[in-house]
Ligand binder design. Structure first.
Ligand code: ACM
Ligand code: ZN
Length: 616
């Protein structure tokens, strides 16, 4: 494309001209004429004596260093050609607690906000206004005025560290990356069947035993149970000092951590550590997969279980400054309670009609423990069964209906329906990203982008926001975790921050591609799945099966072969009509191009597999 600015010798201002490709998209951007020149001499100006703002400025300056070649000085005096962080004298109700106003004039960049959190988010926006390929000053920034604030106060990402243990450094990297896209809640799924990950000083076996399992590689669901005498060498946990360190790291990025201790189901690691806590009292090993007894639950009839929970939750409450502790509550197999004499006795004593009411009894007791430690309970939507504890908040994952019902009853709600928010689901071309027995669910980024936390909600005031979740049964390393989270979390970032009316998929896609450049620079892994079309089969007549490609984004050309040769731009090109399969062919291979260059991955699939998925 002809660049008029080349004639002015200043083409680099083009990046900032018109709206820079930012995610999440700000509420309001006014493009103005002129440019600001960011130089090695530019300073960051902060109010004198405000340590919190100075810390924001320090971390911002650290990030700027990699784009202008050196870390700018932080000062608290007026200075020309600089970036000023300011707190509003009067509370601006439009901006709220997290909003900001960002002004770029030829002379100054100013970020103003009611609260330091707003300055932090303004700084993230400013960093996205600088082209990712910059490594040296001077940098031209187009003049602009941005007014921005979030749609929701709860913008969450969940990481499951039980099914796969991630190191302290990996958890920090996760938090750092999410904060850049204005997520503000890190839901830390610390315990589950496959591992207990947080040190509890009063119950040391939880980590001495529960944090370790035999090592297995391959597909979840096919892992062999531990062999006789086999050592449990795989796993890990966070000491309380490490937890405090991560909490502080998150706070510096305006991220609140919501720890999850999942009870009474998903508790095999707890039960392996203290076998007397389950209904069966059998000594099970912690296991990477689905071992016998994996679904065993904590015994609701045993007071010692609640004593242990008091120990656990009082220690957890002392480590995390946030309001909420997540207690799980999902997928508890009530068949164990049905068969357990202690549980049945509890039901009699407490006048509970069924096991759903026993679940409610269990959660209400846990809620009291949390309250006595100054915390509020949040749980998966199963906590609605048998009656919700007063003051409990609900995280709605089996659709939005549970959340909508809880909101109607006046309970705070976080929407995380699996259709739009489960990052463990396969995100793209179903051949490359197929895994084991959990090969069941797809969630393309385009689907995530359609999410609306207000679906079916009549009492919107109770919807705190939404969240995306990464379960890690099939995430064996941190690179894979990043691949599953990015770029889909970008869609959730925009859903949760930006006004719904501003959402436009075709306009979002190039902004995602701009983030790919940032990911490359930061060596963050991400899925290029949007370049790979879905492949499906339809039956057009007796013995007439045809193949359909459905691209996720515009502008892709699909080339394909049936003869096991690598497709390229000389191969047959998909014209949008279902393709008749040649006699004798068994597989199709395909690849996408854009503007004459290959962009997608090689896709290969058997017709038998496509047939098996027809109508699903
Ligand atoms: C869940 O996915 N079991 C909350
Ligand atoms: Zn029991």
């Amino acid at each position: 494309m002809f660049c008029l600015l080349v004639m002015l010798g200043n083409c680099e201002q083009a990046f900032g001209q018109a709206a820079a490709p930012m995610i999440p998209k700000p509420v309001e951007v006014k493009n103005l004429t002129g440019t600001f020149q960011l130089t090695a001499k530019s300073k960051v100006i902060v109010p004198a004596g405000n340590i919190e703002i100075e810390e924001i400025a320090q971390s911002f300056a650290g990030q700027l260093a990699s784009v202008i070649g050196q870390k700018p000085e932080i000062v608290s005096r007026n200075q020309k050609q600089s970036i000023e962080f300011k707190i509003n004298g009067e509370f601006n109700s439009r901006l709220g607690n997290e909003g900001y106003f960002l002004s770029v004039t030829p002379k100054m960049i100013t970020i103003s906000a009611n609260k330091p959190a707003g300055l932090f988010y303004g700084a993230q926006t400013l960093l996205q206004m600088i082209s990712p390929d910059k490594t040296n000053a001077p940098i031209q920034l187009a003049c602009t005025e941005i007014t921005d604030y979030p749609r929701f106060g709860w913008r969450g990402l969940m990481l499951d560290v039980s099914r796969h243990f991630f190191t302290k450094e990996e958890v920090k990297r996760f938090i750092d990356q999410m904060a850049k896209y204005k997520f503000n809640v890190f839901h830390w799924h610390l315990t589950d069947n496959q591992g207990w990950r947080i040190e509890i000083k009063g119950l040391p076996l939880l980590t001495n035993v529960g944090a370790w399992r035999v090592a297995r590689t391959g597909n979840f669901g096919y892992f062999a149970p531990p062999a006789d005498g086999e050592q449990s060498t795989d796993g890990g946990f966070y000491t309380q000092d490490e937890v405090r360190d991560i909490v502080k790291y998150a706070q510096e990025r305006y991220v609140t951590i919501v720890p999850e201790i999942d009870v009474p189901g998903h508790s095999l690691a707890f039960i392996a550590s203290y076998p007397e806590s389950s209904c069966t009292q059998i000594q099970y090993p912690v296991n990477a997969g689905f071992p016998t007894g994996a679904d065993v639950v904590l015994c609701a009839g045993n007071d010692d279980v609640f004593k242990k929970l008091e120990t656990i939750f009082s220690e957890v409450a002392s480590l995390f400054p946030g309001k909420y502790i997540h207690i799980g509550g999902d997928e508890a197999d009530k068949a164990f309670w049905k068969k357990c004499p202690k549980c049945q006795e509890r039901m009699k004593q407490e006048n509970l009609k069924n096991e759903e009411e026993l679940q409610s009894y269990f959660i209400k007791r846990v809620s009291k423990i949390l309250e006595s430690n100054g915390k509020s309970l949040i749980g998966w939507d199963e906590i609605l069964e048998g009656g919700l504890a007063s003051n409990a908040a609900v995280m709605s994952w089996r659709g939005t209906e549970g959340g909508a019902a809880a909101a109607k009853a006046g309970h705070p709600v976080v929407m995380t329906p699996n259709q739009y928010c489960y990052l463990d689901h396969t995100q793209g071309e179903n051949v490359i990203e197929r895994y084991g027995i959990l090969f069941c669910c797809f969630m393309r980024m385009k689907e995530a982008y359609k999410f609306d936390p207000m679906t079916g909600v009549s009492d919107s005031a109770y919807v705190l926001g939404g969240q995306a979740n990464l379960w890690t049964e099939m995430v064996p390393n941190y690179r894979r975790a990043e691949y599953m989270v990015w770029p889909r979390a970008l869609a959730l970032s925009e859903v949760l921050w930006s006004p719904k009316a501003n959402r436009d998929w075709d306009e979002f896609v190039p902004r995602v591609e701009a983030q790919f450049q940032r990911f490359d620079k930061a060596d963050v892994n991400y899925a290029p799945s949007m370049y790979d079309p879905d492949i499906s089969m339809i039956k057009a007549g007796e013995d007439d099966y045809r193949i359909v490609f459905t691209p996720e984004i515009k502008g892709l050309d699909v080339y394909y072969t049936f003869d096991f040769t690598f497709p390229d731009h000389h191969s047959a090109k998909y014209d949008g009509q279902p393709i008749k399969t040649p006699k004798g062919a068994t597989d199709i291979w395909a690849i996408t191009y854009r503007n004459g260059k290959p962009i997608g991955r090689l896709l290969t699939i058997k017709f038998d597999e496509l047939k098996s998925r027809m109508g699903k």
